[in-house]
Design a protein around this ligand. Sequence first.
Ligand code: ZN
Ligand code: ZN
Length: 365
Amino acid sequence: MIKAHGYAAKHSFSKLKPIGFEREEPGLGEVEIAVMFCGVCHSDVHQVRNEWGNSVYPCMPGHEIVGRVTRAGGDRSKFAAGDLVGVGCMIDSCRECAPCTGGEEQYCEGPNSWLATYNGPMKPAAMAGGTNAYGRDNTYGGYSDVLVAREEFVLRIPDKLSPKAAAPILCAGVTTWSPMKRWGVKAGDRVGVIGFGGLGDMAVKLARALGAEVYVFTTTTEKVADAGKLGATGVVEGDAEAYAKLGNSFDLLLSTVPEKHKVDPFVPLLKRDRAFVAVGALEQMSGYDNSELAKHRKSLAGSLIGSIAETQEVLDFCAEHGIAPEVQVIPIQEVNRAYKKIERGEVRYRYVIDMASLAAEVADA
Ligand code: ZN
Ligand code: ZN
């Protein structure tokens, strides 16, 4: 077993605190990674607080992980010690069902779905006793010094990306990239991004690089100027006059808001046959009026993270186009304070934990 250290919450109401634990040695086709950076995603906060009702404790979040390979299981591994790699939301899946063999592991239909990097798998029934259906203990994420993952789920970080900036691409980046590919965003399209946090920041940069004209809908008036700095037009949510002027002109509306919100005000902004896609919230959205949808054959849709292939694609795309998420690097000792700021909507735009701070703490202990 590998001796590991990380930060985890023991209950939904407790702070994240340092814990020691063990990880299994990498088997054939698995790699061991020394974690360098880990992004703090809003999902981490939802999971720690048990807001989806399926958390297993201790809960050690982190699914925007960048590090170096320390060991690759097997001679034929595509990775070698020293490679700069990333791990996102998934570390395994059934690898047999139609979505998995079709390269869309995030929609795995196997009996246990995909194995989440932390708190995996997501089905509460499978997690009785704290052991998940893969026969392992509850998975622990990237708020730790070492990680083991299936090599099919490990991404290559291109040389042109800085390791700390690459971290949020692994969740926030691919979560916004996947629907843009699915709904075919292209040069000249008009894209609306609703919510302007870590996901929104990535959505704007990616859509702009694809050649789209981008609008940001935000409840935070001060963020309107920030949208402008990224070459987008900021609109204050609910500004009836602005909405009227925009009319039905959008090719895609992407909601990155991490909680339920009203959909109806946005639907009239879509062109005929276009979609409103929610990626930020995994919960009951408010009721909607079907008349506007039906009359113009518009769609309401959801989209979950992205496939492994899409994750590699968006990493490469960011490297090629010089795209880097806006990050604020923190030591792990500040993670509880960071959570409070995320809950209050005060973070601009993504916290990334420098895991060297954990190593320093372990050395001191
Ligand atoms: Zn995430
Ligand atoms: Zn599957």
